[in-house]
Design a protein. Structure first.
Ligand code: X2N
Length: 542
């Protein structure tokens, strides 16, 4: 026994301890993924069984999905229109799908437009669907972070800056901004007067042109001048907060969320400084730009005045909305026209016919707002681009009260969402012949498209507080939505997009380098997927 006692076992156990510890721990370490996969498998099995076993006759059929919570998010997120088409074939125009914990009831086609855009205010809510995404980007108290009656008046205030007179003053400003950009941009003349041809990255170029033209016309020279400084980087930070990930996960403790919040504070502070400076200098002109109009008019019907912070936040929201949509749409029309040099020539001839050539300088006369109203091919090019590339592929509302789905026995329960996709209808062979062809002339007089759109538009109108909008929203062509949330930017968009296109047609001939790019549905707006969004341009010498 003495011998045993004298041997120091601790030497042995110390040496073996780590191995023992590992051996003991091994099942523990393996245990965690084991638990996880067991749980996941169980969740999947329960989820699958529940879909197979239970079918609630009062609910729209739910698209089959393996994973709870995620649901069909990935297949929807990558190709929403294919997803809609595949499920329309299985279930018809009304079906539901799970997307990141939300149950979305889709109603496709013109009846779906009516169902979602004209549902009663108390039954569906855009604020509940969008505010978590838009409020951190725009700021508080505006758009979807206020009662709907306030939004209706904010839209009225903003529209007071979007008059014909305002547009008349915006056209030469947009021309100047585009020409200045083309002269200096590395994608175009790159400050080299001898440069006659080059390759341009369309989406990047149009994003720049859009922000310069929209800021200069709507926010004025003070803000436009800041875009040449590192202030522009703040827009990029804010922009990165406006993505589908933020729609799914609105606030994560990640750097890009902090940069978004920081950018919102600095940009809105900058806009408030401009407002205070103009007020101090007694320079408040409601017809100068959007800033002037809001400073002069932003008093609600009940006498409450919008604060400077709210005015600044509304400016951020409007410019953010207009930025993505116009940058995408002008990118798409340049890319489509890159395959149609015949149309570019006809657009040039339209410029010559409508604006005329100065007999002395032999140059085209400067473009005016009134000229734009006389250019059917130019405007139909924009119209056709929006038909094929509706900037928003899905519009959502949260259901606040049980919502019966017309012509079905389904009721959408409170807490679910409804989804409408005018973009799907506009690309449907049933409503547009050769729907996948880019054909601006389909909108010329005496075509069925023109009549269909006109018929829907003549239906009587209704005023939600920001001007008359068409009551009927069952037109197959609704790129600007409908109902109380209808877009107020349509006229501005046509002036901005029309002027930019006229500048390009006068300055260049161009062609696609590659084939037409795929559509990237994974960003907020349907943008061309790089890197094939390039054009080769040549300076037009006559
Ligand atoms: C994770 C596929 O990507 O595997 F801006 F004053 C200003 C627009 C809101 C779009 C929501 C979800 C996509 C999941 C993909 C103003 C001018 C507006 C109107 C799944 C794997 C903003 C969210 C996009 C869900 C699609 C809200 C805009 N006129 N601008 N998996 O707009 O009006 C404004 C209004 C929204 C969305 C989505 C996925 C007024 C993936 C891949 C990944 N969507 N999305 N505006 N998904 N994956 C605006 C409406 C307002």
């Amino acid at each position: 026994m003495g011998l045993l006692r004298s041997i120091d076992f601790s030497v042995i156990t110390d040496a073996l301890a780590p191995t023992f510890a590992f051996l003991v721990a091994l099942p523990l370490i393996a245990l965690i993924p084991l638990i996880f996969f067991t749980f996941l498998t169980l969740a999947v099995v329960i989820n699958v069984l529940s879909q197979v076993l239970f079918r609630n006759p009062h609910r729209a059929p739910v698209v089959f999905h393996f994973f709870p919570w995620i649901g069909s998010a990935v297949v929807y997120g990558m190709q929403p229109y294919d997803f809609f088409e595949a499920n329309r074939k299985k279930y018809g125009d009304v079906f539901a799908f799970v997307m990141c914990g939300r149950v979305m009831t889709v109603y496709l086609g013109p009846k779906g437009h009516e169902f979602v855009f004209n549902s009663k205010l108390q039954d569906v809510s855009a604020e509940e669907a969008y505010s978590h995404l838009t409020t951190p980007v725009f700021g508080k108290g505006v758009v979807y972070d206020c009662p709907n009656h306030r939004l209706m008046e904010q839209k009225k205030f903003a529209k007071s800056a979007l008059t014909k007179e305002a547009f008349r003053s915006y056209v030469p400003i947009i021309v100047e901004e585009v020409q200045n950009y083309l002269k200096t941009s590395p994608y175009y003349y790159d400050n080299d007067p001898k440069k006659e041809t080059g390759v341009a990255d369309v989406l990047k170029g149009q994003s720049q042109i859009t922000i310069f033209t929209a800021s200069r016309t709507l926010l004025g020279q003070e803000v436009r001048n800041k875009l040449n400084t590192d202030f522009a980087d703040l827009y990029a930070d804010l922009d990165k907060g406006f993505t589908p990930i933020n729609f799914v996960f609105p606030n994560l403790p990640l750097p890009h969320y902090k940069r978004r919040d920081n950018a919102q504070r600095i940009i809105s502070r900058t806009y408030m400084d401009v407002i205070e400076k103009r007020r101090k200098e007694d320079h408040v002109d409601s017809s100068e730009d959007l800033v002037g109009a809001l400073m002069a008019n932003a008093v609600y019907r009940d006498g409450v005045r919008m604060t400077d912070q709210e005015i600044a936040n509304l400016l951020i929201g409007i410019l953010m909305g207009g930025q993505h949509t116009s940058a995408a749409t002008s990118s798409w029309y340049l890319l489509h026209l890159g395959q149609r040099p015949d149309l570019v020539e006809e657009l040039y001839q339209e410029q010559v016919r409508v604006c005329g050539i100065d007999p002395i300088t032999k140059e085209l006369n400067p473009l005016t707002y009134d000229h734009l109203q006389e250019m059917p091919l130019l405007n139909n090019t924009i119209k056709e681009t929006l038909r094929l590339h509706s900037p928003l592929h899905s519009i959502f509302r949260k259901v606040m009260n049980p919502l019966p789905v017309p012509e079905t026995k389904y009721v959408v329960p409170r807490g679910h969402y409804v989804l409408v996709a005018p973009g799907y209808t506009m690309m449907n062979e049933k409503y547009f012949k050769h729907s996948d062809h880019f054909e601006p002339k389909r909108w010329e007089d005496s075509t069925i498209e023109k009549e269909a759109a006109a018929a829907a538009a003549t239906a009587d109108s209704v005023d939600y507080g920001f001007g008359a909008v068409s009551k009927g929203v069952s037109s197959p062509y609704l790129p600007f939505g409908g109902g109380r949330h209808r877009c107020i930017g349509e006229q501005f968009a046509y002036v901005q997009l029309g002027t930019i296109l006229a500048c390009f047609v006068r300055e260049f001939k161009w062609a696609l380098i590659d084939k037409l790019p795929e559509v990237d549905y994974e960003s907020m707006i349907t943008v061309p997927k790089g890197p094939s969004d390039k054009i080769k341009w040549i300076k037009r010498n006559y």
